[in-house]
Design a protein around this ligand. Structure first.
Ligand code: PGA
Length: 248
């Protein structure tokens, strides 16, 4: 386990080359000694990955993709991008199992196949899990964790490149975050489930409406090793604010 604190910027289907200059501020921040344990990783849409990699070339900021196909190398899959292609591009990470893709029909089995392929290609994966509002109301949250973790990570042997992001679906894009106690209990449950699979202490991140307004309370939740930030990460000033408040 490292003492790294992860700050993930998930730009989703947003962004254009005109925003590249706004990243200079992040590059400057990442060079400061104070933030040496802060791991900043950008996940732009596929079309911007190459520009981001070039932009962050001489900095410690990494770049990842928001999804990939489950076939490792090449195949007749129109519109898809493979783990090999991402690796060749210079990507270090890939987000898998995001609820927006699960909601589009991606099953636990699909996520598992992608995880195995991405890990085989030496990509680090950000494995997203989390319950819907309906599941939460039915008190199924912990059984959802169990199902998603056991199915998603089936067959994974080496956990060194696995990060887990807990993202309650009802919290994504809504401005609503879990109560501190509830979040602490859920993160600890996830930690327990993961510890049954590996001795390696995986980073667990929280995602869902993280903002510069709620970060002061979120950063105090024990067991969380960083944040997956969606909409607030598209604005460099807001993203920097989140990082600064967490580290200060
Ligand atoms: P949000 O998105 O911060 O806009 O809620 C988080 C995510 O979906 O990764």
């Amino acid at each position: 386990m490292t003492n790294n604190i992860y700050f993930i910027a998930n730009w989703k289907m947003f962004g254009s080359t005109s925003l590249l200059n706004s990243l200079n501020k992040l590059i400057n921040l990442s060079k400061l000694k104070k933030y040496k344990n802060s791991k900043i990783i950008y996940f732009p849409p596929f079309t911007l990955i190459k520009d981001f990699i070039k932009k962050f070339n001489k900095s410690k900021i990494s770049v990842g993709a928001q999804n990939c196909h489950h076939v490792q190398d090449y195949g007749s899959f129109t519109g898809s991008i493979s783990p090999k292609m991402l690796k060749d591009l210079g990507c270090k990470y890939v987000i898998l199992g995001h609820s927006e893709n699960r909601n589009d029909g991606e099953s636990d089995l699909d996520v598992n196949k992608k995880i195995i392929s991405a890990l085989n290609k030496n990509l680090k994966i950000v494995f997203c899990i989390g319950e819907t509002l309906k599941e939460k109301r039915k008190k199924l949250t912990h059984s959802v964790f169990k199902k998603q973790i056991n199915r998603g990570l089936k067959g994974v042997k080496n956990y060194r490149n696995v990060l887990v992001a807990y993202e309650p679906v009802w919290s994504i894009g809504t401005g609503v975050i879990p109560k501190s106690k509830e979040l602490e209990i859920n993160v600890s449950k996830i930690r327990k489930l993961l510890s049954k699979r590996t001795k390696y202490k995986l980073p667990i991140l929280y995602g869902g409406s993280v903002s510069s307004k709620n970060i002061n309370s979120l950063k105090n939740i024990s067991g969380i090793n960083g944040f997956l930030v969606g909409s607030a990460s598209q604005n460099s000033k807001k993203f920097i604010d989140i990082i600064k408040k967490t580290i200060n």
